[in-house]
Design a binder for this molecule. Structure first.
Ligand code: ADP
Length: 487
């Protein structure tokens, strides 16, 4: 941890009711650097009893927090934003150490994560209601929005800061206390974020973090989804876990937001600007070593430009520098863990065994460990596993198609519907394809689409609800209708 300018950002205990807390059991779990395998820290391995304590603390803090004016809550959020930016370099270094992404991407994520805090500090003041034209002369009808109550946020490792602020900032702005369970691979970033939240002045109990290992996630998640005090669960992660949590929430009828897996098509039409499409594909596919839920998963290229696009993409991919994320000029780090690299290897081997060709990469990187070569596969067909499965690695499979109808049909041939991308210039085609894609977000001649001002979320089995934007607070509020009669 010598790289931290401010060592007080490093915490290994959870945070409950305004105090750093070890697990009741005294147990810890190890956090390691995915680039080197080096041990970084031992973090509190909390369980259901710790989680109950956090939920009860949040519940106790709720009345006072919701009573504050939106401006007061917004001011604390704004201070938190300023502290995140001021401590950005330490946060980035910590993230690269435990998550592996290149430092430039970690720095980008600090700004991205802070942008949600700034945005919702402002949006706190705009939680408007309605007056409804009355149905009878002696009554007046008013609709107000109220904070939903205690919120549980369960977050993944691929954006260790962004996924927390995207959920917690709107919840806190709306007047809800939160209990966060960060991913076991990246708890240190979450704890640093809470250190800054404490400095920003959130009252005790308003912001709690329960850290735990993968085995304990079942008990912690079980408590968060079954405890009747929790009124809302917001989850980002894998589809199977999301479905499980949704089922568990049914017993107490909690509101649920889910950001689950994607299987993003990235479609390049004959009339596309190929150079722009290559830039978009590089950003969408290889960012975070391909480990984002909006990463291009199936690159579909129309016959007329298939070979030209493949050649241009290979030229760009050849320039990627793989290595430890703290290294100079590195733009692809390691995969998060051994299971991740096994999966990527399996998908590549499946494709090549069925006739696909790796025109660049195709195997584990000579650096060893969890590094995989940036890879492009050509001649990929629908019977290969990477058509249906999320790769979550630096592998671009290139599918060939002939017609616009075929591209739309292929793109929609999945239970997922998070992000889609396409490159075309014909204005009629742009509208037809944009409307034909069954996805929550569509990048048109654009490979990077996530920001705080636009609604992020998916359809079909990719999830429920939207994060960010003016819609992002809806999930943390309930409508209350007041009917005043006898006037
Ligand atoms: P990934 O495969 O990307 O790690 P997961 O869905 O397993 O995705 O993890 C996302 C988050 O969900 C992590 O914080 C993880 O600890 C948590 N998680 C995993 N299994 C459960 C579970 N049964 N209950 C609650 N949370 C879980």
């Amino acid at each position: 941890m010598d790289f931290l300018k401010d060592r007080s950002l490093l915490h290994t205990d959870g945070y409950i009711n305004g105090a750093w807390s070890a697990a009741a059991s005294g147990k810890t779990f190890a956090v390691t650097n995915p680039a080197t395998g080096a041990h970084i820290a031992d973090v509190a391995d909390m369980n259901d009893s710790d989680t109950r304590r956090a939920i009860e603390a949040a519940n106790a803090a709720f009345p006072a927090w919701r009573k504050k004016t939106a401006k007061e809550r917004g001011a604390i959020l704004r201070k938190w934003f300023d502290l995140i930016i001021a401590n950005g370099e330490d946060l980035a270094q910590l993230m690269t150490a435990e998550q592996g992404k290149p430092l430039t991407e970690s720095r980008g994520e600090v700004v991205y994560s802070a942008s949600f805090v700034e945005w919702f500090a402002e949006e706190a003041k705009r939680v408007y209601g309605d007056t409804v034209p009355t149905h009878k002369a002696d009554a007046r009808l008013v609709v107000v929005r109220e904070p939903i109550g205690v919120v549980a946020a369960i977050t993944p490792w691929n954006f260790p800061l962004g996924m927390i602020t995207r959920k917690c900032a709107p919840a806190l702005a709306a007047g809800c206390p939160v209990v966060v369970k960060p991913a076991e691979d990246t708890p240190l970033s979450a704890l640093a974020l809470v250190e800054l939240a404490e400095r920003a002045g959130f009252p005790a109990g308003v912001f709690n973090v329960v850290t735990c290992s993968k085995p304990h996630a079942i008990a912690v998640g079980g408590e968060l989804t079954s405890n009747p005090i929790v009124r809302k669960v917001s989850f980002t992660g894998s589809t199977p876990v999301g479905k499980l949590l949704m089922a568990q929430c049914a017993t107490t009828v909690k509101k649920v937001s889910l950001e689950l897996g994607g299987n993003a098509p990235f479609i390049v039409f004959n009339d596309a600007d190929l150079d722009a499409a290559v830039v978009g594909a590089m950003a969408s596919k290889y960012r975070n070593a391909g480990q984002t839920c909006v990463c291009a998963n199936r690159i579909m290229v129309q016959s007329g430009v298939y070979d030209a696009f493949a050649a241009k993409l290979a030229e760009a991919v050849a320039k990627l520098k793989v290595g430890n994320g703290i290294g100079d000029g590195v733009n692809q780090g390691p995969l998060i863990n051994a299971a991740a690299i096994d999966k990527v290897e399996r998908l590549v081997n499946d494709a090549t065994s069925k006739g696909a060709k790796a025109i660049i990469g195709g195997k584990r990187h000579e650096l060893g460990g969890q590094f995989f070569e940036p890879t492009i596969l050509t001649g990929v067909t629908r019977d290969m596993a990477c058509f249906a499965e999320e790769i979550f690695g630096p592998v671009a499979p290139l599918f060939r198609f002939e017609t616009e109808e075929e591209a739309i049909q292929m793109a929609n041939d999945t239970p997922f519907g998070l992000a889609a991308y396409f490159y075309a210039r014909d204005i009629g085609r742009v509208w037809r394809v944009a409307e034909g894609l069954e996805y929550g977000m569509v990048g048109i001649n654009e490979g990077l689409i996530s920001n705080e001002v636009a609604p992020f979320g998916g359809v079909k089995e990719s999830g429920l609800g939207r994060e960010g934007s003016k819609y992002g607070m809806d999930d943390f509020t309930e409508l209350k209708y007041l009917c005043m009669g006898g006037l």
